[in-house]
Structures are given as structure tokens and as C-alpha cells.
Design a protein around this ligand. Structure first.
Ligand SMILES: CC(C)(COP(=O)(O)OP(=O)(O)OC[C@H]1O[C@@H](n2cnc3c(N)ncnc32)[C@H](O)[C@@H]1OP(=O)(O)O)[C@@H](O)C(=O)NCCC(=O)NCCS
Length: 179
């Protein structure tokens, strides 16, 4: 995976009805550590990272690269959205395409925040890099993620076995002028 490369970064924050979708800042560090160390968040993502390792390694402003968005609710980070170039993707249908990932703190699940924020990030992408399809890989057992992918307009390309589980590869076509 690579970052998005030549886009204007940090971007103008995107405001939705309830959220702000923006680049990371130093004040997000504690929430990033909470997110990356959470066993619940990483149940389908190969497990969490040790908190002390994250505390040691994380620089002041975490994950500050083109395509890494923080989602903010009432002034605090509740999640991360990743848009990356899937250069080394193991499935040819996804290789080289832009890949969407999302991680939200468990206390923010079940309110539609992820759907609202991801739609905003995809809207930003359509302006920054127009005409690109977006892919998404998730374990098919990750029911919340599968539902979110469908809501965002991803449709199945294929299922495949990897990392000891069945994976779902979805794709979302770029918006057409009539959308
Ligand atoms: C995947 C993940 C982001 C989904 O979060 P989520 O909160 O379930 O997703 P949404 O934003 O779509 O919210 C949907 C829920 O909010 C509810 N909701 C409540 N108020 C709502 C509102 N105003 N608008 C929309 N939905 C609302 C919906 O009914 C739905 O609930 P349901 O799942 O019980 O039907 C979250 O589970 C997560 O971070 N998981 C860990 C990381 C992960 O596995 N990522 C996937 C791999 S990239």
C-alpha cells in the first residue's frame, strides 16, 4: 500500500451534518493509540498492537500522510479513514486501485458515523482524483463492515482466502455525471 501521492495535503476539512473529516493533528495521538491497541477494533484485522509499543513509536502527530483522515465528533477523534493506493494487492482486480479502510472506536459504533464520514471522504476523493474506482477488502465475517461497504455502494468482485479467513473484495465505480 502507498499513500495517495500528489494530492493537496492536508486537505480542507470536510464538514458533514455531525462530523469533521480532516488530516490528523498532535491532539489525536491518545485516540490513535486507543484505536490501534483495541482488541475489539482489531477482531477482524489480525489483532491489536501492544499499547506500550505504540506509546514508544508514535511521533507527535500520528499518521500524517496523504489519504489518512481523522473523523472528529464534538472536537474529539472517533475514527480513522484510510485511502491508499493498493500497489501490491494480492488480487489482480484490486492491484493499483485506491483502497478504502475504516476504523472507529467501539463507543462510536451504531450511530451511522462511519457511513457519514466515509461518504464524505469518498466525496473528497472524487474531487481530488476524479474518475477512479475504489476497492475495499474486508473479512466476510465482519458483518458491520460488510453492511457499511454495501451502504457506500461497493459491490462484490470476488471472495478469496487469505490471512486464515474468507475475504470479501468489493469495488465502487466512480460517480458518473448523472449521479
Ligand atoms: C466497520 C465499522 C466502521 C462499522 O461501524 P458502524 O457504526 O456499524 O457503521 P455505520 O456508520 O454504517 O453505522 C451503522 C449503524 O448505525 C445505526 N444508526 C444509528 N443512527 C443512525 C443515523 N443517524 N444514520 C445512520 N445510521 C444510524 C444504523 O442503524 C446501523 O446499526 P446496525 O448495524 O445495528 O443496523 C466498525 O464496526 C469498526 O470500526 N470496526 C472495526 C474496524 C474494522 O473492522 N474495519 C473494517 C476493515 S477496513
Amino acid at each position: 500500500m502507498e499513500d495517495l501521492g500528489a494530492v493537496v495535503w492536508p486537505p480542507e476539512p470536510v464538514r458533514t451534518g455531525r462530523l469533521v473529516v480532516r488530516a490528523s493533528e498532535i491532539r489525536d495521538r491518545a485516540a490513535f493509540i486507543e484505536l490501534l491497541a483495541s482488541p475489539e477494533v482489531h477482531a477482524y484485522l489480525g489483532g491489536p498492537r501492544p499499547r506500550d509499543e505504540l506509546e514508544r513509536e508514535m511521533p507527535g502527530a500520528p499518521e500524517r500522510w496523504p489519504g489518512s483522515f481523522v473523523v472528529e465528533l464534538d472536537g474529539s477523534m472517533i475514527g480513522q479513514i484510510l485511502l491508499r493506493r493498493a500497489t501490491g494487492h494480492r488480487r489482480p482486480a484490486a492491484a493499483g486501485k485506491i483502497d478504502l479502510g475504516y476504523l472507529f472506536l467501539p463507543r462510536a459504533w451504531g450511530f451511522g458515523y462511519a457511513a457519514e464520514a466515509c461518504a464524505a471522504a469518498l466525496g473528497w476523493l472524487a474531487g481530488a482524483l476524479p474518475g477512479e474506482p475504489v476497492v475495499l477488502t474486508t473479512q466476510s465475517a465482519n458483518v458491520g463492515s460488510m453492511r457499511l461497504a454495501a451502504k457506500l455502494g461497493f459491490t462484490e468482485v470476488e471472495r478469496f482466502e487469505a490471512w486464515g479467513a474468507e475475504q470479501w473484495l468489493g469495488m465502487r465505480s466512480p460517480a458518473t455525471p448523472s449521479d
